[in-house]
Design a protein around this ligand. Structure first.
Ligand code: DGJ
Length: 340
């Protein structure tokens, strides 16, 4: 009995130690498995995006928490959870993530507010504006039937927030759903969004402060029904990975490229190779992260949605490499950044 009590005492001591010291470390990136932050809690950052600032990576994503339910009277399987706002995590090694808190908090009281928990808040992305010294977040803001289709903007003086919400718009008077941001080497930034009931992707130049659409834009993949855009640049060329539109279900990714961001985009092929590559490894693109200090090496970030329990959706992160002039994403059960 004494031994048993001592065992429990040791266990409690260990748990207290873990929570006080931020003990949790991940030994590798394990796509599709449970991923804990340095406090030992599940990382909650879906449809995410990444910012590298002052030697640290910041991961922003949708907070999906609580019960998942089916929105009634929709002609598709419209599962949802309360909109939980946007989380922020920081890391130096891309493996161990410290929770920095809610970068953008949801509104709990005013059902007319864009950020109210009854709304849809998806695919937040953050870029830094060197001129204004502001961190600028754009995100997809919607009603539960996805018909409002607006783009929201928020700013902060610090990467981890809190971000102040400035409101939402129809960029260049077009509806906006799945989206990403891309900041080019010349400091110009672009908002890339699925529009026109998802039929057309738009690439829209932002104003110099990154807070509005400039009016200069290009419609691409016309009538192709693409979403989940993730843009990156390599050797002067622009690349865009998108998914098809099948709700929460996975489908085949497609890679497109262009010599100029507002120029002609050519759809090429599915970069995901091997088993389940035709279903993006049962996930959907959200971001492609260039690794600082490396050339031709990126992380492909995707979400493996669990549509009936959205909180338990997982992250599928895989190396994206250039091989013989082709872009490839190959499945790995587990991998380490440094061994690539
Ligand atoms: C696919 C989108 O890419 C997600 O962000 C989300 O909007 C789901 N559809 C909803 O079904």
């Amino acid at each position: 009995m004494k031994r048993y009590r001592f065992g429990i005492f040791l266990l409690i001591l260990a748990l207290v130690g873990i929570s006080c010291t931020g003990y949790f470390k991940n030994s590798a990136i394990v796509p599709g498995e449970i991923w804990n932050d340095t406090d030992g809690n599940l990382i909650n950052a879906h449809g995410g995006g990444m910012l590298f600032h002052d030697g640290k990576y910041y991961w922003y994503g949708e907070i999906k928490e609580g019960k998942t339910w089916l929105v009634p009277d929709q002609n598709w399987e419209c599962y949802r959870v309360n909109a939980g706002g946007v989380s922020c995590y920081s890391s130096k090694n891309l493996q161990d993530w410290k929770y920095e808190g809610a970068a953008l908090s949801p509104n709990l009281t005013d059902s007319a507010n864009d950020l109210h928990i009854s709304k849809v808040l998806e695919r937040p992305k953050v870029i830094y504006n060197e001129k204004t010294k502001k961190f600028v977040m754009w995100l997809h803001v919607d009603t539960e039937d996805y018909l409002y289709s607006h783009a929201g903007v928020a700013t902060s003086d610090k990467p981890e927030g809190p971000f102040a919400y400035l409101g939402s718009t129809l960029p260049n008077k077009y509806t906006s759903r799945d989206m990403t941001l891309f900041k080019d080497e010349d400091g110009k930034a672009y908002h890339i969004f699925a529009s026109e009931m998802n039929a057309v992707m738009h690439i829209s130049l932002l104003t110099d402060d990154y807070l509005q659409s400039s009016g200069v834009e290009r419609r691409v993949f016309i009538d192709k029904n693409r979403e989940a855009p993730a843009m990156f640049k390599n050797n002067g060329k622009y690349y865009l990975i998108t998914s098809g539109c099948t709700g929460w279900d996975p489908n085949e990714a497609s890679l497109a490229s262009a010599d100029s961001i507002l120029g002609n985009w050519k759809e090429m092929y599915n970069p995901c190779m091997g088993e389940k590559g035709d279903k993006t490894f049962m996930a959907q693109s959200t971001y492609v992260l260039p690794i600082e200090g490396k050339t031709d090496y990126y992380i492909f970030m995707a979400d493996r949605w669990n549509r009936t329990n959205l909180e338990d959706s997982r992250y599928v992160w895989l190396p994206l490499v250039f091989r013989n002039d082709s872009v490839l994403v190959e499945w790995k059960d587990s991998w380490k950044l440094l061994s690539q």
